[in-house]
Design a binder for this molecule. Structure first.
Ligand code: PBG
Length: 331
């Protein structure tokens, strides 16, 4: 048994700044961050996303500039999401495996600008490419057909790897996709292209602003509950993680972040693998709205939330606040 008051005073080690620094258990660093970026057509184009105040879509040249900014800030990785033009969206999302699509052009531009100094993470799912906004193809009954979708996702993943992606991040929640993507990457010689699986991705109310940013929100009918997870379930998340690791995922993601830190913690405890959380668009927007309403300073809210994710066990965090956080962390 530890000593009791007054021999033990928990406040003793909190009484001065140097002592608080000495006893701090968790540290956040800019190298823990992944910065999600939205790509749009055009040249020298910046489009604001109203539901994500402070976040823009950038044309490919602007994405390359953001990537350089990330390198300068010590952010090791960016995540790319395309806002596909409406006339290139289709029932089956063919644009996803066009070698000259927006995503591939952005990957090449970032590589040209930054060489090997930055990691490029690319999202695998069909929602930025389908005319109906679902992450896969629909059968006659309107159900997202698993196996048919997986075949297309493999082509999408290979397309991204060919363009130079470093981390393939399937966010589609189809069954069995990690294994077949891994096999296809091996066969094509992309042995060092990583897979970060969105293993525990919940059917969340927090994705709305993202869907605005990639232009799929207005198209989506219904919801994604036949593939994304029920927010009530935790055991199921552990099964999803086990399967994806068994199929060859190098790292796993829990998404959204803050409302699911129990899942992060359990994944880390059970599997001891690299685990990432995605602080999603709705979480970002709520911080912005809260700060604007005078709840607290934006900086304080951002840093407390990111630190909490790290404390829960995150290896790293995807956050639209990454550049702000990196600037604060770098002093
Ligand atoms: C696409 C995808 C989504 C997000 C990342 N990849 C949206 C969705 O599943 O509807 C959400 C990210 C965010 O909200 O910031 N499958």
């Amino acid at each position: 048994m530890p000593a009791a008051y007054p021999r033990l005073r928990m406040r003793r080690t909190r009484a001065s700044g140097w002592s608080r620094a000495l006893h701090r258990e968790t540290a956040l660093s800019s190298s823990d961050l992944i910065w999600p970026l939205f790509v749009t057509e055009g040249r020298e184009t910046e489009e604001a996303v109203p539901s994500l105040p402070g976040v823009s879509r950038w044309s490919v040249d602007g994405i390359a500039a953001r990537a350089k900014e990330a390198v300068a800030l010590g952010i090791p990785c960016i995540a790319l999401f395309p806002n596909t033009p409406a006339d290139k969206r289709s029932e089956r999302g063919e644009e996803a495996h066009n070698p000259d699509n927006l995503m591939c052009r952005a990957i090449r531009a970032v590589r040209d600008a930054c060489g090997g100094n930055i990691g490029i993470l690319t999202d695998v799912a069909l929602d930025p490419y389908t005319s109906h906004g679902q992450d896969g193809v629909l059968d006659a009954a309107g159900y997202v057909a698993n196996d048919e979708t997986v075949e297309i996702l493999v082509r999408q993943a290979l397309n991204q790897a060919e363009a130079g992606a470093d981390i393939i991040a399937p966010s589609d929640m189809m069954d069995g996709r990690i294994g077949v993507i891994r096999d296809a990457l091996e066969e094509a010689g992309h042995v060092n292209v990583q897979i970060m699986s969105y293993a525990a991705k919940y059917a969340s109310a927090f994705y709305g602003p993202f869907r605005d940013a990639v232009g799929s929100g207005g198209l989506l009918k219904g919801d994604k509950r036949s593939y994304q997870m029920d927010p009530a379930n935790a055991e199921e998340a552990l099964r999803e993680v086990a399967l994806d690791l068994n199929e060859g995922a190098d790292s796993v993601m829990v998404k959204p972040g803050l409302a699911y830190l129990d899942i992060v913690y359990r994944v880390k405890e059970r599997f001891g693998v690299p685990v990432f959380a995605y602080q999603v668009s709705g979480e970002y927007a709520l911080i912005e709205a809260g700060a604007a309403a005078g709840v607290a300073s934006k900086e304080a809210l951002v840093m407390e939330k990111l630190l909490s994710m790290k404390r829960a066990g995150c290896t790293g965090i995807l956050s639209y606040h990454a550049p702000l956080a990196a600037r604060l962390l770098n002093g």
